[in-house]
Design a protein around this ligand. Structure first.
Ligand SMILES: NC(=O)c1ccc[n+]([C@@H]2O[C@H](COP(=O)([O-])OP(=O)(O)OC[C@H]3O[C@@H](n4cnc5c(N)ncnc54)[C@H](O)[C@@H]3O)[C@@H](O)[C@H]2O)c1
Length: 321
């Protein structure tokens, strides 16, 4: 069967990059971008776009039928920092959005479903270093609770209804093509813009807050690879641990100083500090490596180099206009 993809939440930080990558692979017409937003950003205006809320079950069902969709990437969610401000809506969007796609897959309208989980499924008593795939999971954030519940739903639908759902526990994602959407690791994107434009950055996390992070290119490749892998290789139907690199704000600042020696960093931790403090320092992703051949390409040095180069080019292009 010809592959036809629907991306839900395509205007977001990951959705934009995933849409671009899948269109390169499958052709623009074979990848339908959708989001609750009325119009899409220019970066994904080269193919079909539908304004759609994942919470509107009937409209979603109709889009699947109209476009003869075979695979769905459900990226719509309220992220960690925003979820704390609106717990009831975070639960509504993160849970019902997922359940709508799981139920449509159960009906046979989606052959393969990708849904992202997060390192936020772990909590304060989870082992922090090299956090194993199977371990204590006691999330204490609204977002983390919704992601852990989502993982349980994914495994339930895979076991009870043979739904082919695949999932990754993304770390903090860092990219230059799209802006982050209200997460606790957003500082690691903003810092590059401020470092290049002003030479200074005030970080909302403390200097020694170690968190697992990943270059967007790696995350997009992982997303496409796990979705394309033969079903028998996907042995975990809750969500796979996935790792790139880990660093603290102070370490990232040191890496940036290799390019901008006078870069100054100050710290003013806010409510996001306690979210970050409940998450792991680093992740053990052996299962993803063994089961479907995952390997990351970017360490902290390579990530910093790429971000400085690409954001520098972007800022120069804007200034030249
Ligand atoms: N960015 C990260 O670092 C990170 C890390 C871990 C997990 N994740 C997960 O990856 C997924 C995508 O994250 P992101 O960073 O791209 O988020 P984002 O906030 O940048 O994008 C989410 C998109 O969903 C859209 N949306 C909101 N409500 C919707 C609705 N009712 N129907 C359809 N679309 C709707 C928004 O308009 C937005 O464009 C989320 O599930 C998130 O939890 C992200």
């Amino acid at each position: 069967m010809q592959r036809k993809a629907l991306i839900i939440g395509a205007c977001g930080q990951i959705g934009i990059e995933l849409t671009m990558a899948l269109r390169q692979k499958l052709g623009a017409e074979s990848v339908v971008a959708s989001d609750v937003k009325e119009t899409c950003p220019p970066a994904i205006a080269d193919g079909p776009y539908v304004q759609l809320s994942v919470l509107d079950f009937d409209a979603l069902r109709q889009v699947l039928i109209t476009y003869q969709i075979t695979e769905v990437y459900n990226m719509a969610a309220l992220l960690s920092a925003t979820s704390e401000k609106n717990p009831a809506f975070a639960w509504e969007l993160n849970m019902n959005g997922l359940l709508h796609t799981l139920n449509l897959a159960k009906e046979g309208l989606i052959q393969r479903l990708f849904w992202p989980s997060s390192i936020a499924v772990f909590g304060p008593t989870t082992p922090r270093q090299n956090t194993p795939q199977d371990t204590i999971m006691d999330p204490n954030s609204v977002y983390g609770i919704s992601k852990l519940a989502g993982e349980r739903w994914c495994e339930y639908y895979a076991q009870k209804h043979q739904v082919d759902v695949r999932s990754l526990r993304y770390p903090g994602l860092i990219g230059y093509r799209s802006a982050p959407g209200g997460g606790t690791t957003d500082y690691a994107v903003d810092i590059f813009y401020k470092a290049i434009e002003t030479g200074q950055y005030e970080c909302f996390l403390g200097p020694n807050t170690m968190l697992p992070m990943m270059m967007m290119e790696d995350a997009i490749r992982a997303t496409i690879d796990i979705t394309e892998a033969p079903a028998e290789q996907i042995k975990i139907r809750s969500s796979y641990n996935l790792a790139g690199c880990s660093f603290t704000p102070a370490e990232l600042a040191e890496h940036i100083r290799l390019y901008i020696p006078a870069f100054e960093m100050t710290y003013a931790p806010d409510f996001r500090q306690s979210l970050a403090d409940s998450w792991p320092d680093s992740i053990d992703d052996q299962r993803a490596r063994q089961d479907w051949g995952w390997s990351h390409a970017f360490d902290t040095a390579a990530l910093t180099k790429k971000m400085i180069e690409e954001i520098g080019l972007k800022i120069n292009a804007t200034n030249a206009k």
